[in-house]
Design a protein. Structure first.
Ligand code: AHG
Ligand code: MN
Ligand code: MN
Length: 337
């Protein structure tokens, strides 16, 4: 029957007592994020019709050409989240420095780190893209915010999630009590619970990596990828190769179907020897989600959530997905096979 779906707010209230992190203020924060994502989703869904595809002509702090939709998404989220009333500061993949909420605006102690638009090189090809977010609490006693308030281990996250803009727009998030997925019903503008308590298969049948970079990998990385290329599933079939090139889309498939996603360190850009993906705004939130769904995430040596960040836009190699696949990859990277 219509109207019987569970909204995000309802879901948070149901689980509020179980999750100390899921306070009414976190609900408020997520509601503002949702409003921002609905605005971005609307623009993404008409990107081919209005002049919002293509490039702005600028280059961001990552050294990447900024796309108009990157810029739009970034401005929408900063504007909306400044007005959430519960955030004291933010960091965006698109901004070199932290963004402190102006003192004249009401602020509390949540800290938001986000990738406003992930996979943006795929926009013109109408491939799924998304928004990734990570939520921390400010723990320092100082009355002002510093970079140190952001350089915290992924294990300290209060919540993490992503929006994926595709055939449907979805929100997938965790507050530390499992992972749930909500699908936007555009006719009523609500995200309704559609994927309850998502868990990733313990072992998968898919490996996901950009093999064009093989020539840039060290021997152990080549050995790790070759393992999955030659591996047989229980049914005796080879693993399937899938790579979309949009982390949110590759991650979402991996979360639902299982397998392993890899973006290893490589030598294609001497300035970025640790690979391309950013720890704070991409990899740590996704590592939190995958662990909450029963999977794993390492940098080839240690659990992603244990890494103490040293820089805001630090990049890390990543091996994430089904627990047994990630263990195998990490063992090979450690020279144990
Ligand atoms: P972003 O659009 O936020 O810069 O992220 C792009 C990332 C990520 O989405 C994806 O996994 C990766 O770029 C793909 O990189 P390659 O094209 O080097 O494979
Ligand atoms: Mn990204
Ligand atoms: Mn991005």
């Amino acid at each position: 029957m219509e109207g019987l779906g569970i909204t995000v707010t309802e879901h948070l209230l149901i689980h509020q007592k179980e999750s100390p992190a899921a306070t009414g203020r976190l609900t408020r924060l997520l509601q503002e994020l949702i409003f921002g994502a609905k605005i971005i989703s609307r623009e993404v869904n008409k990107a081919g019709l209005v002049d919002i595809m293509g490039l702005t002509g600028e280059v961001n702090v990552q050294g990447e050409r900024v796309r108009k939709l990157d810029d739009f998404a970034n401005h929408v989220l900063i504007y909306r989240m400044e007005r959430s009333g519960v955030i004291c500061a933010m960091a965006s993949e698109e901004n070199a420095d932290i963004i402190t909420v102006p003192e004249h605006m009401s602020r509390e102690d949540y800290i938001l780190i986000f990738d406003p638009l992930d996979g943006s090189s795929n926009i013109d090809a109408n491939v799924n893209i998304g928004t990734i977010f990570s939520i921390h609490r400010k723990v320092s006693e100082r009355p002002y915010i510093t970079l140190d308030d952001f350089l915290r281990r992924g294990s300290k996250q209060v919540a993490a999630g992503y929006f994926i803009y595709g055939p449907s727009t979805m929100l997938v998030y965790t507050t530390g009590k499992g992972v749930n997925g909500f699908t936007l019903d555009p006719s009523v503008g609500e995200f309704l619970l559609s994927h309850r308590n998502i868990t990733i298969p313990e072992i998968g049948k898919i490996y996901s990596v950009n093999e064009a970079y093989t020539c840039y990998w060290d021997e152990r990385t080549k050995k790790t990828v070759n393992y999955f290329k030659s591996q047989k599933t229980k049914g005796g079939k080879p693993y399937a190769a899938r790579y979309i090139g949009s982390f949110v889309a590759d991650f979402h498939r991996n979360l639902l179907y299982g397998g392993i996603f890899m973006y290893p360190a490589d030598k294609k850009d001497p300035a970025k020897p640790r690979g391309k993906l950013r720890l704070l705004c991409e990899v740590a939130p996704m590592a939190y989600i995958i662990e909450q769904a029963g999977g794993a995430a390492t940098d080839g040596e240690q659990n992603i959530l244990d890494i103490k960040p040293s820089e805001l836009h630090q990049r890390v190699p990543v091996f994430l997905g089904s627990k047994l696949d990630v263990k195998k990859a990490t063992d090979i990277m450690q020279g144990k096979h």
